[in-house]
Design a protein around this ligand. Sequence first.
Ligand code: 16G
Ligand code: ZN
Length: 533
Amino acid sequence: SLPVDAIRALSQQHEKPANVHYQYGTAGFRTLGNLLDSVMFRVGILAALRSKRLDGKTIGVMVTASHNPEPDNGVKLVDPRGEMLEAAWETHATNLANAPTTDAFIDALDAFIKLLRIDLSKPARLVYARDTRPSGPSLIAALEDGFKAIGAEARNAGVTTTPVLHYLVKAINTKGTKNAYGDDTEEGYLQKLSTAFKKLVAGKPAIPPLVIDCANGVGAIVGEKLAEHLGDTLKLVLHNTAITTAGALNNACGADFVKTSQRLPPSLASVLKPGQRACSLDGDADRLIYYYLDDRSQFHMLDGDKIAALVAAFIVELTKSAGLEGEIQVGIVQTAYANGGSTKYLSERLPVKCVPTGVKHLHHAAEHYDIGVYFEANGHGTVLFSPETLEKLSTYQPSTPAQSTALNHLINLTQVINQTVGDALSDMLLVEVVLAHKSYSGLEWDSLYVDLPNRLVKVVVPDRSIFKTEDAERRLVSPPGLQAKIDELIRRYDGGRAFVRPSGTEDVVRVYAEATVRSQADGKSLILDPSIR
Ligand code: 16G
Ligand code: ZN
């Protein structure tokens, strides 16, 4: 039965503040770090119950607020195969987090356990980690109190990236099986990625050093270890590694800064030379944005859409060279934010699907392809190989040496790619592999297609819940009449496209617009039109 006394005693040290409403959203619970103590304690218990419900499979808990400002923090659960928490449990998590008192929390727990028929005699196994935020240690202590209260077996993975935590969950749950994902340590992760990378670039011309903006976050720690594993194969030049400097995290640096402001982090201005490429990670290293300076020192961004185009084209080429054309279908998943230029380029070559924002939607859609490439424009994404495809690759008999080489490349790609979730460091190695194989500089990669000029702004509205969308967030169904106004505006611009959607992580609505000509995408046009506000 439930250890009610232990839970009560510890819960009283983590009471919920009054007048705060929590919601398990797209990114788990996320708000100011100093509001999350009770949430952490309760998530500790919830995670243990999820493990019990799944017969003692290991569940992951990541404490991070990603690209958000340093005072923010958050927590999300990772399911046994390294995936996002099952959607139905998001509601349970929200209910438990909002019980006003310890007694109400215990009542809610009781009801929840009965509803889901959770067998409390099953073991509870967990693995948890945090990013570098100053609020992390005390929040981890609250989480550990939750584990202790319910008697869970929990492994502390320390300070590491979100994708490493996802990797660990999958590695632990597949340990000793024929589908073993890798050694269940951070070291095992680094070994797996770097070994595959070295095989993939063996025999290629030396790769120029790569400048990495680590957003002053945890990517600096894991990036440094990765650099040691890579040695001379690929020299990583780490910048923005000030993980202990107050206020530095994600401040005027990182993938989100570059993507939203469409410019170079000021801290790299004196570092980057014309022609040189670089990339930015976000605060928990699950987003990646590349860029380069052309020979006139103009900044050019290579975002998630450009990464998807580069990678998908390469994988298609390899399947053809391996003689697997027609056997293995490669598909792309994007969101409404994908640049129209990328959608046009990709859909002329491959099946492309558009889904609502959020990794869980992209990930699940990508699972329907033999090889599914998914990327959000913001730089979060990965490539999924279906179990049947993995099987096919391991048993296929190539009939020429060229086919054999291509097959080996495909197999090594399955190792260099973190298939559990978007992973900035893994994606970075993947990009570097393709650039090395194609002998592309940033300029050549950028020339695959031309980005349509675009603008993304947030608008504060009295009640964002009245904004309802359809067609993968590309059209509004509510408030009534607004979509018709947007349609009418779009018609006035060449190649115009715009949409409005409520944010899943902030109390705002987002307005995106693109057009063929820069002045029509921003200026006094679509975005700033008062009728959209
Ligand atoms: C979260 C999502 C990200 C999405 C973003 C949109 C995950 C792990 N992360 O960060 O994929 O792009 O939310 O935020 O799902 P928004 O709803 O505020 O625009
Ligand atoms: Zn992130």
